[in-house]
Ligand binder design. Structure first.
Ligand SMILES: C[S@@+](CC[C@H](N)C(=O)[O-])C[C@H]1O[C@@H](n2cnc3c(N)ncnc32)[C@H](O)[C@@H]1O
Length: 276
């Protein structure tokens, strides 16, 4: 049984590598069509609720927004929409924008597209070699790729940096405002001169406990009042994301940060805002 499972996994990985390497067009288009339909359905359902009702929002028009939202993968379109809304909430707050964990860069393109009209820089952090090993704070909660253990996720989700650049080129985001910072993010990395001095919005999508906690600690020292942090995978995939967020918000206290978890149907993420 185990041998059959392993062979199945090896075969699937090989097939995915071939598809990626050849960029088989028909497969891509089929996949995109399905993503489009699913994403539009979720967006429309989200807009009909009070939490993210489109009529309550005062967003500037943007020709690319819905096209990009229709193609998000990994992140739900409702979560991506919450990212957009948050970016506009912090528009007048001093500070750049960061994404911690970018993979293929579709969320990065959504963020960049909303920053086009301002002057904020976009900082993108990733190893581009996939997930690092988990810590003992990470237990497998949802086996999203059916790999059987949390350790087996080491190296998964690797995407080349060129893929991210391609996504950003599509929307013609000014090159001088992009900082793609390759490497394994940790507490020491957070001290480096490559980090932004001030951050008004951050999307943390590192999946595992330690880098999420390190990113939150970095942001604590660099985020002005009113700044917003969205952390993906709260109570999903690894137990680490929820642990890091709960620990951080508890330690800093209710007077320093407001904190809420998104409704179940929107996705698995938490929104933290610095209030003092
Ligand atoms: C879930 S993916 C990001 C998906 C992306 N935000 C999106 O919505 O399309 C997680 C990414 O985090 C990166 N990552 C995880 N831990 C990291 C760390 N300590 N340093 C740098 N990159 C890391 C992985 O390489 C992977 O690309």
């Amino acid at each position: 049984m185990n041998a059959r499972k392993t062979i199945g996994r090896v075969f699937r990985d090989l097939l995915l590598r071939i598809i990626r390497a050849l960029d088989i067009k028909i497969f891509n288009e089929f996949l995109q069509f399905r993503v489009l339909r699913k994403n539009y359905r979720q967006l429309i359902e989200s807009f009909s609720t009070d939490y993210l009702s489109i009529s309550n929002l005062n967003l500037p028009e943007n020709a690319m927004r819905f096209e990009l939202l229709a193609h998000v993968i990994g992140t739900t379109p409702a979560e991506a929409f919450e990212i957009i809304v948050s970016l506009h909430k912090v528009r007048d707050i001093d500070g750049d924008v960061c994404e911690f964990g970018v993979a293929q860069g579709r969320t990065s393109a959504i963020i960049a597209n909303e920053l086009m009209s301002g002057d904020k820089n976009l900082y993108l952090f990733d190893t581009f070699e996939g997930l690092p090993p988990p810590s003992h704070e990470d237990e497998l909660k949802d086996d999203i790729f059916n790999l059987g253990s949390i350790e087996a996720y080491t190296g998964q989700m690797a995407c080349p940096e060129t893929m991210v650049r391609k996504q950003l080129e599509k929307i013609e985001f000014p090159n001088h405002r992009i900082h793609i910072i390759k490497g394994r993010f940790d507490a020491e990395f957070a001290q480096s001169a490559r980090m932004p001095l001030s951050v008004s919005f951050a999307y943390i999508d590192f999946d595992f406990y330690q880098p999420i906690r390190d990113a939150l600690d970095f942001l604590h020292g660099s985020m002005p009042e009113g700044g917003i942090i969205i952390v993906d995978d709260y109570d999903f995939f690894s137990t680490g994301a929820k642990k890091a967020v709960d620990q951080f918000t508890r330690e800093k206290g209710e007077t320093a940060y407001s904190f809420r978890v998104a409704p179940e149907s929107y996705g698995k993420y938490a929104v933290i805002q610095k209030i003092s």
